[in-house]
Ligand binder design. Structure first.
Ligand code: SF4
Length: 180
C-alpha cells in the first residue's frame, strides 16, 4: 500500500514526498529558466549516451541475469539513502517519476521489475563495475565506460548546481519580500 511503512521506509518515502512537492512548486519555473533547462537537457542527453554505451557492452543484460540469481545483488537495501533531494528532483525534471513504494524487500528502494527506476543516478550506481564484469569486458572497455560515466557525472553536477542556485535565489528573494 502506498505510504505504508512496511520496510522502515519512512525516511525515503518522506524524501520522495518532499521532492515531489518541490517539483510541483518549482518544476515549471526551473525549466522556464534558459540556463537551467539547457543544463538539464544536456544531462539527459549524457544519460542517454551512457545508456547506449552500456547497452552496446551488454551491461544491462548481464546485470539482469545476475540480479535474477542474486536478488539484492549490487542494488542492496538502503543504498537509496545516498540520494539527495536535488538529484531526485532532476529525475522529475527529466520526466522520470519517483516510485511510490519499494518493490523488492531487501533491495534498493528504486529497483523495479526491469531494473533501476531512476534515470539520474548518483556516483556509486554508475561507477561500480563488479569483478565479473571487469573480467569479462577487460580493462580497456571498462575504462571507456568509466570515461563515459564521468562525462555524464560532470554534466549532472552542472545541472545540479544550476538547480541549487535557482532554488537558493528564489528562497533569498522570498525572504527579502517578507522583510518589513
Ligand atoms: S542503480 Fe538504481 S536501483 Fe540500483 S542501487 Fe542505484 S538507484 Fe538503486
Amino acid at each position: 500500500m502506498v505510504g505504508k511503512d512496511m520496510n522502515g521506509d519512512g525516511s525515503i518515502l518522506d524524501q520522495v514526498r518532499r521532492v515531489r512537492q518541490l517539483h510541483e512548486k518549482h518544476g515549471e519555473g526551473l525549466m522556464a529558466d534558459e540556463n537551467v533547462r539547457a543544463l538539464v537537457l544536456s544531462y539527459g542527453a549524457g544519460i542517454e549516451e551512457t545508456g547506449a554505451a552500456m547497452t552496446r557492452e551488454g551491461i544491462g543484460a548481464a546485470c539482469s541475469a545476475c540480479a535474477r540469481q542474486h536478488p539484492s545483488g549490487c542494488c542492496f537495501s538502503d543504498i537509496e539513502s545516498g540520494y539527495d533531494d536535488i538529484l531526485l528532483l532532476l529525475n522529475l525534471l527529466l520526466g522520470c517519476p519517483l516510485p511510490e513504494e519499494r518493490k523488492e524487500s531487501g533491495s534498493c528502494f528504486f529497483v523495479g521489475e526491469r531494473g533501476c527506476r531512476l534515470v539520474a543516478r548518483y556516483y556509486f550506481c554508475l561507477h561500480y563495475f563488479c569483478p565479473e564484469l571487469e573480467r569479462s569486458l577487460g580493462e580497456g572497455r571498462i575504462r571507456a565506460l568509466q570515461q563515459q560515466v564521468d562525462q555524464q557525472l560532470q554534466t549532472g553536477w552542472r545541472a545540479e548546481e544550476a538547480v541549487r542556485s535557482w532554488l537558493r535565489a528564489r528562497s533569498t528573494a522570498k525572504r527579502e519580500d517578507e522583510l518589513p
